[in-house]
Design a protein around this ligand. Structure first.
Ligand code: HEM
Length: 327
């Protein structure tokens, strides 16, 4: 069962996106996207339409002093904040081998449990920037995949899409299989606005940096056991805690906050927000992940969405996927 907070958020999202319409001429974009995912990956009852295979863990976030200077959000005040984290493989295929190139980008979803009982989420992945900048293009990219099976006449629909959206192949070239979920760097891609106690606003993209980055070659990844990433994380946390450094890349003038398909320059200021420590596995991860809903737009005071259109589309699509996997 979803928590009451999740149910309320879900109902609000479904109403906001017009997803509750019964006799609409056209399904809402968010529904079209989840339908397109189901077309590409198949329907797997009980599983997410994307990032279906994952593992849940728990830990703590402790903010660095610089975080409170950027945002008044309670999670950045320096007190330890309990977190629930889910690491995942890409695609809606729940038994995809972890070493498959299709399992890239890998994802991390973090739920911060705020002392007042509320929650805020970050949903990030290993792509350094996103293949497309709008929900419409994301739907069309998925449909192009669906219409480009092996042996399809050349140029395939997907090749045509890549030619007209050059940031797509560029983005996909930024991912590799890690040797562990703990040894990967994850990027927020979408910009959020951090607001501090003085009302100062900074647009930022999150980066979650590991202690060490370890990528495998395709040949090495292909030789790994099908569940090597999923199985390794609980084994590793049983031995010692896993830590990541959460950072904010601050936008400089000229950086687009509404185009997640472009990278921001390396010269941008990067501020350490704090350390995420993951030290507990969850007894029945498969069952735990069913009840969890992470939403990129589930924010608290001090963190606001930017003008990036993907944030709203993502919220709507995640809600559609959640309602289908928890009928
Ligand atoms: C228009 C853009 C996007 C759409 C429509 C979309 C759609 C979805 C959907 C439908 C799910 C399944 C949600 C659920 O059942 O709970 C999902 C999961 C996920 N997506 Fe996206 N996504 C988009 C962009 C992104 C971006 C930019 C990132 C990261 C930077 C991302 C990372 C993830 C992750 C990590 C999960 C798994 C969340 C979990 O563990 O519960 N997605 N996405």
């Amino acid at each position: 069962m979803a928590s009451a907070t999740q149910k309320n958020t879900l109902v609000a999202l479904i109403l906001a996106a017009g997803l509750g319409r019964v006799a609409a001429q056209d399904a809402a974009l968010e529904t079209q996207i989840v339908d397109a995912m189901n077309k590409v990956y198949g329907v797997h009852p009980g599983f997410r339409a994307n990032h279906a295979k994952g593992v849940v863990a728990e830990g703590t976030f402790k903010a660095a002093p610089a975080a409170a200077r950027l945002s008044k959000a309670v999670i950045f005040n320096g007190n330890p904040i309990p977190v629930t984290v889910r690491f995942s493989d890409s695609t809606g295929v729940p038994n995809l081998p972890d070493g498959s190139p299709l399992a890239n980008p890998h994802g991390t979803a973090i739920k911060f449990h705020v002392p007042d009982g509320s929650e805020t989420d970050m949903v990030i992945n290993s792509l350094k920037f996103f293949p497309v900048s709008s929900g419409e293009d994301f739907r069309d990219m998925l449909l192009a995949v669906a219409e480009s099976p092996a042996g399809a006449p050349k140029p395939t629909k997907l090749e045509q899409f890549a030619a007209s959206h050059p940031n797509m192949p560029r983005a996909l070239a930024t991912v590799q299989t890690p040797d562990s979920f703990a040894d990967e760097e994850y990027y927020g891609v979408n910009a959020f606005v951090l607001v501090n106690g003085k009302g100062e606003r900074h647009a930022a993209r999150y980066i979650m940096a590991p202690e060490k980055l370890v990528h495998l070659t395709e040949e090495e990844a292909a030789k790994k056991a099908p569940d090597f990433l999923i199985d390794e994380l609980p084994a590793r946390t049983a031995r010692a805690p896993v830590t990541f450094h959460l950072k904010a890349q601050l936008a400089s003038p000229g950086d687009s906050t509404k185009d997640a398909s472009t990278s921001w320059p390396k010269s941008d200021e990067i501020v350490e927000l704090g350390v995420l420590t993951i030290d507990k596995s969850v007894a029945d991860s498969l069952e735990a992940q069913k009840k969890l809903l992470f939403l990129p737009g589930n924010l608290i005071d001090g963190i606001e969405p930017s003008d990036d259109p993907l944030i709203g589309v993502r919220d709507g699509a995640y809600a559609v996927s959640f309602s289908r996997r928890n009928p």
